[in-house]
Design a protein around this ligand. Structure first.
Ligand code: SAJ
Length: 425
């Protein structure tokens, strides 16, 4: 199968780099988003999200004339659906964006086309949700057009490189669909491509993120045990990891982002009776902010009325994404306890809509009045802070480090007391 023109539905962290990469390979690409603001920003040469290298990639794609931005899909050889799949309050997958993207393809779908779902989805979504919608065209997947599931697996912060280098799995509703998917992604991918059926490909994606969630949960439990038994979890993990078959991950303030903190719920929701481990790991990671707040309380003596400054709101270092970030939970627990919270997020200086929190546009402002300073995210600019310089910016001498970012002894020699997550005394 050959491809001259494709449509990418959803221009977020995955869809936009994917569309731009195909366009830069010489394909004509229509990038589609239902959000008029995003369409307008991109059409005017702007960018609505932060990812290293993305601006240059998008600008090159637009300048080549190969990438156009639109509110509606057009006829094309292939359609890639890369829309968000959040969950409802009850942790059930919210597939409305996938459903409406599939609906929007129906009027322009033609015989011989390929449709690929990339959005992380519960098992059987391609077969049971997307296929019946596309069949409204009067054509059958597998017989009249190709339908496949191929999850994105790129790591935010490294998306551009991983999009090209990572191994890819493509699950077709039949073998020909998987082969058609391979023909498409071979145009941009240098990684190995594995072909399978669509439900296996959906499970692969969910298993990867669930595996990581469970491994972070055990690291977080180790941090609690370390505090109780008076040891340093970071040292213990480093030593344990010298065992040839052990690779413990890092504890932290919790698991955030739109992937690992969400995807395991798709499995728990799909089969609650047989997923106690996955369910428990989710609860362990979701409760980690509570332990962080207990540590802050220990450092502050009394939270009520204490001026606490939080450094970092993003869900992980050097990204601007605050979706499901544990920092948000830390903030609400602190506010509940009566602390006066100031937060500084260099990648999103305006913060987000929240009451009783002061977001500052500069580090200086955030540090100025603090009584306790909490490192929540290991952004490079925080890790590289100079202890003497910080000591000049604030009278505060109490630090809480939740990510093992301030190990340099200069902090102590500059007069700071440091309370570390996972370090008991
Ligand atoms: N975290 C820890 N300790 C660790 C590693 C991570 O507490 O040792 C926390 C992070 O701080 C963050 C969360 O976990 O809050 C998730 O971060 P991450 O870097 O592990 O993963 P994501 O969510 O940015 O990206 C993941 C990746 N999946 C896997 O590594 C299996 C990525 O490859 C996927 O493409 C992405 O999910 C996705 O879109 O599903």
């Amino acid at each position: 199968m050959s491809f001259q023109k494709i449509c990418v539905l959803g221009l977020g962290y995955i869809g936009l780099p994917t569309a731009s990469t195909f366009a830069n390979q010489g394909l004509r690409v229509v990038g589609v988003d239902v959000n008029p603001n995003i369409v307008e920003i991109l059409q005017n040469g702007g960018l609505h999200l932060h990812e290293p290298g993305l601006r240059t990639l998008v600008q090159a794609a637009l300048a080549s004339g190969n990438l156009t931005i639109s509110a509606h899909p057009e006829t094309a050889d292939a359609f890639i659906i890369a829309v968000p799949t959040p969950f409802y309050e009850n942790k059930q997958a919210d597939l409305r964006a996938v459903q409406s993207a599939a609906e929007s393809i129906v009027p322009v779908l033609e015989h011989g086309n390929l449709v690929v779902l990339e959005s992380t989805s519960p098992p059987r979504t391609t077969q049971d949700v997307v296929a019946p919608i596309l069949a409204k065209s009067g054509m059958q997947p597998g017989r009249d057009f190709h339908l496949a599931y191929s999850p994105e697996r790129v790591l935010p912060g490294h998306i551009l490189r991983e999009l090209i280098e990572n191994a890819r799995v493509i699950g077709g509703v039949d073998r020909a669909s998987a082969e058609a998917g391979k023909a498409l992604y071979s145009l941009i991918s240098r990684g190995e491509i594995f072909l399978t059926d669509s439900t296996t490909a959906e499970m692969v994606k969910l298993m990867e993120n669930t595996y990581r969630d469970i491994n972070i949960a055990i690291a977080n439990e180790f941090s609690r045990l370390a505090q109780r038994f008076g040891i340093d979890v970071w040292e213990a993990i480093a030593i344990a990891n010298r065992h040839p078959r052990v690779k413990i991950l890092q504890p932290g303030p919790g698991v955030g982002g739109h992937c690992i903190s969400v995807d395991p719920w798709f499995l728990v929701d799909a089969a609650p009776d047989i997923t106690p481990l996955i369910h428990t790991a989710r609860n362990v990671n979701d409760s980690q902010p509570k332990f962080v707040v207990e540590l802050i309380k220990k450092a502050a003596n009394e939270l009520k009325g204490c001026r606490v400054t939080l450094l970092g709101l993003a869900y992980k270092p050097d990204v601007d994404d605050i979706r499901e970030s544990p920092a948000l939970q830390v903030i609400s627990l602190l506010v509940e306890a009566g602390a006066l919270v100031t937060a500084f997020e260099p990648f999103k200086p305006t913060g987000y809509a929240a009451e009783k929190v002061t977001f500052t546009a500069s580090l200086d402002e955030a540090l100025h009045e603090a009584e306790v300073i909490v490192l929540l995210v290991a952004h490079t600019q925080f890790i590289e802070l100079d202890a003497e310089e910080v000591a000049r910016q604030t009278r505060c001498r109490v630090l809480v480090d939740t990510v093992n970012g301030w190990r340099n002894p200069n902090w102590e020699s500059a007069g700071f007391s440091i309370y570390r997550l996972g370090v008991g005394h």
